[in-house]
Design a protein around this ligand. Structure first.
Ligand code: SF4
Ligand code: SF4
Length: 181
């Protein structure tokens, strides 16, 4: 995919009062749905900004050995995972947003990217990961070793299929099939 990421929805800034009663502006939880947000909005004020700590990009499904090598290369890097959701492949990079404060608040709330505003908020049919404790992936690889085991088997099956096709073609053409590797 070009770019998919997980992000929040929006609402205005709010105030917090210090013990002295002095009003200070604070940045909202990164998602920042805040008071007045629709009930169906994600509860960003109860979340530690999970969606601001990584992003994920859609990638092509690996088919050839070269494609598999590329996925392996992604996975030798720290903080990466590759997962498959409803047949679509994603590369996840756990790299927190540079505007996320230590208090899990967005430091550029008023100017945060649109994808942050829209993530998980109506009318989007997708819920954010706050609600998805048990993320169910079709497949998930958190390191190259895990991918290797799967990859070897898939490539073996692919090679068998290709060989079957080559043999069928040779038979149709009246050529011997023994020499086909
Ligand atoms: S994961 Fe959901 S609830 Fe948490 S900050 Fe992101 S949009 Fe808000
Ligand atoms: S700009 Fe960064 S901290 Fe702010 S909502 Fe977006 S991802 Fe989170």
């Amino acid at each position: 995919m070009a770019g998919s990421a997980r992000r929040p929805a929006g609402d205005p800034r709010r105030e917090r009062r210090t013990a002295e009663g002095k009003a200070i502006l604070v940045s909202l939880p990164a998602g920042g749905c805040g008071a007045g947000a629709p009930a169906s909005a994600p509860p960003c004020d109860r979340c530690e900004a999970r969606c601001c700590r990584y992003f994920a990009l859609e990638i092509d499904r690996p088919v050839t050995p070269e494609d598999h090598e590329k996925v392996r290369w992604y996975l030798v890097h720290e903080g990466t995972s590759v997962w498959v959701d409803e047949g679509r492949w994603f590369l996840e990079m756990r790299n927190a947003c540079r505007h996320l404060g230590a208090d899990s608040a967005c430091r550029i709330y008023e100017n945060r990217p649109r994808i942050c505003r829209e993530y998980g908020a109506p009318p989007s049919p997708d819920r954010c990961e706050f609600f998805e404790e048990d993320l169910a992936f079709d497949l998930r690889f958190d390191d190259a070793e895990a991918f290797d085991a799967w990859s070897r088997e898939v490539l073996r099956m692919r090679e068998r299929r290709l060989r079957g096709r080559r043999e069928a073609r040779a038979r149709r053409a009246g050529r011997p099939t023994e020499a086909i590797a």
